[in-house]
Design a protein around this ligand. Structure first.
Ligand SMILES: Cc1ncc(C[n+]2csc(CCOP(=O)(O)OP(=O)(O)O)c2C)c(N)n1
Ligand SMILES: [Mg+2]
Length: 392
């Protein structure tokens, strides 16, 4: 059967099939080695924090405290939390615009993330980026990118950069692994394939984590993507491994990603992951979700990633009271982040043209020096470019 003819949820007379082609996420959930209970509880807390953060963002957006675009991560929490746990703090990460979860999982303080949402100077990008541009250099998070697929070539560049610095500049062994997250919709961008080709050609230490939530805005994957039921097959064309992971279970994400990341670290061969997940809310804040059925949403809601880790911890002795305490704790944290953000000032207008280019690349030579900066006299002082400087 041609991919485009595969049954859709709304096909008359067909048995229920979710957007990935099988219930619940279309992947067998394996038994995995038990992780330390304190670690699993930390992941539960991170997932609760992300969910609370996103719910409060939705409210704040409706209250017009947040402007511009806003894409929430509710339903996909296990992916960012499990993947970030599987890498080292020095491993670079780059992602798309649904990025609040990655930032929080990576260790960005909720108040810096929320202030960015609010467009305030206390935000991680000084309030000039907003929802889609969560950057955190200290935690090796390189954005937050709004052009679909644009972060994938950047991820390949990061992997090239770490390998070049480790091997050529410092004469050692490649030691870092880059995670490049992308949506299933990004798979149809030409630059993604150019980047994936180069990664294979140059033996780059990178994992492409395709967060396959089944939809690209209102288009179900089977309608817009060839081999939509088995996208990991695409990796074979580039000569590397393509795997499917159940992204609704943080323990599975962690266990599988940990093994992949260590393999990539030692072999320097890229890996592509079809991470099966689901976004519970609309694409953005203005999406009535008419392109999918409530039945499908309910199927995935029963497979809630927070419920899964909660159940796991309950089986290991966590009480309902302890769970509620975690919930209260993250509520307090997010409430504090909102209060802090509201008291943070708006970025000064004079900052509009700052931080656009890396200043050490040399004196600005363009012909259109923004009037706001006061012309060339106000141009920042630049230093010579030093390839040995700690770029990554
Ligand atoms: C190059 C480009 N084309 C179109 C858009 C408009 N657009 C924004 S999000 C999106 C859908 C992407 O879906 P996916 O990659 O699956 O990510 P998800 O929203 O599911 O996380 C599109 C088409 C864009 N931002 N950039
Ligand atoms: Mg998608």
């Amino acid at each position: 059967m041609a991919n485009r003819d595969r049954p859709q949820t709304e096909a008359p007379g067909e048995p229920f099939m979710n957007v990935h082609g099988a219930p619940p996420s279309g992947v067998v959930r394996h038994e995995h080695p038990t992780v330390d209970a304190a670690l699993a509880r930390a992941w539960l807390r991170q997932m609760l924090l992300i969910r609370e953060f996103e719910l409060r963002c939705m409210q704040a957006y409706q209250d017009k405290k947040i402007g511009g675009f806003c894409h929430v991560y509710i339903g996909q929490e296990a992916v960012a939390v499990g993947c970030v746990a599987a890498v080292e703090a020095t491993d670079p990460i780059v992602t798309a615009y649904r990025d609040h979860g990655h930032a929080l999982a990576r260790g960005m303080e909720a108040r810096h993330c929320m202030a960015e949402m609010f467009g305030r100077a206390g935000g991680c990008a000084k309030g000039k980026g907003g929802s889609m541009h969560m950057f955190d250099r200290a935690h090796n998070l390189f954005g937050g990118h709004g052009i679909v697929g644009a972060q994938v070539p950047l991820g390949v560049g990061l992997a090239f950069g770490t390998k070049y610095l480790d091997e050529v500049v410092n004469g050692g062994r490649s030691s870092r692994v880059t995670l490049a997250f992308l949506g299933d919709g990004a798979l149809n961008q030409g630059s993604v394939h150019e980047a994936m080709n180069l990664a294979g050609l140059f033996d780059l230490p990178i994992v492409f984590v395709c967060e396959n939530n089944g939809y690209s805005m209102g288009t179900a994957i089977a309608r817009g993507t060839t081999m939509g039921h088995n996208i990991s097959a695409k990796a074979a064309a580039y000569g590397y491994e393509g795997l499917v992971i159940d992204g609704m279970d943080v323990l599975t994400v962690y266990a599988e990603m940990k093994a992949i990341v260590e393999r990539v670290r030692s072999t320097c061969r890229p890996v592509f992951v079809d991470m099966r997940t689901y976004r519970y809310k609309g694409h953005s804040m203005s999406d009535p979700r008419k392109y999918r059925t409530r039945e499908e949403e309910e199927q995935y809601e029963m497979d809630d990633p927070i419920g899964a880790i909660k159940g796991h911890l309950e089986a290991r002795g966590m009480t309902e009271e302890e769970f509620k305490a975690l919930q209260r704790d993250v509520r307090t944290e997010v409430r504090g982040a909102m209060e802090w953000s509201e008291s943070s000032p708006a970025p000064p207008v004079a900052d509009l043209y700052r931080d656009v280019y890396i200043e050490r690349w040399g004196t600005y030579t363009g012909s259109s020096q923004p009037e706001m900066l006061g012309g060339a006299e106000n141009a920042p002082q630049f230093q010579a470019f030093d390839p040995k400087a700690d770029l990554l």
